[in-house]
Design a protein around this ligand. Sequence first.
Ligand code: PMP
Length: 296
Amino acid sequence: MYVYLNGKLVPAKEAVVSVFDHGFLYGDGVYETLRVYDGVVFMLDEHLSRLYRSSSLIGLTIPFAKDHLKISIYETLIANSLRNAYVRLTVSRGKGSIGLDPDLCPEPTIVIMAQELKAYPKSFYEKGISLSIAKTRRNLKEAINPRIKSLNFLNNILAKIEAKKAGTYEAVMLNVNRKLTEGTISNLFFSKGGILCTPSLECGILDGITRGLIVVLALRDGLMMKEGEFIREDLYSADEVFITNTTLEVMPVSKVDGQKYAIGNMTKLLHKAYRTEVNAYVANVKAEGPSLWGYE
Ligand code: PMP
């Protein structure tokens, strides 16, 4: 396995980062998770835009243009012969002396890791997964804004620990105003009386790329949608529930705390529409011209 580290592809064993890296010392950095379908990185532009937005929100300048990172991602995939994969792109503040001042770090550390994506068990999609509402509250927007996809993940990890103790797959966090926000690695959707509902960005969530696409597809399919503030009882009384992220796509939920749900038509319809969109995207990218893989 080869890892991209600061401009070079190196064997995984040699891909080491300093103990003085502020990503390690303080969780000071940002990242993206991307999914590769048949050699094509899905919604690459959107993910890179979010990476640059996250980094600008923490005052971190990425010393490369988007195109450079795009090529580096593809080079990493090619070096590992990966066509269906998961890519993690990490940018940390970099190596510096101990201390919080970002100016202690002259250069960011940039890492691209790609791994084969192991399919989630079919039963997850057929039977649904379980959620529990955590006691841990989502970070305040005014503290660490959840819009920043940062390396500082302890908020989510604390909620994940609760989910593990509860024996559920994913935790849902409320904000300090007791409004629903999102999962530890996913966005939350539910339907009620035929209306598709999802917490708005104002509730303090990550602007999920999958979430954004699902909203577009739902509107395109003529579904009624409500993005807003919701409480836990709205979720308990929902007809259908699902979560989304880049690797899970649309994952049906069959249980939240004690409440059970059937996997309904809206969830199935949206997952199908998402898949169709993925296929069209992959076909489009391939039709655009010779790829870095050189197979067309
Ligand atoms: N919320 C959180 C906290 C996440 O970590 C993720 C995964 N990146 C998501 C939502 C879903 O985002 P996306 O659809 O862009 O993968």
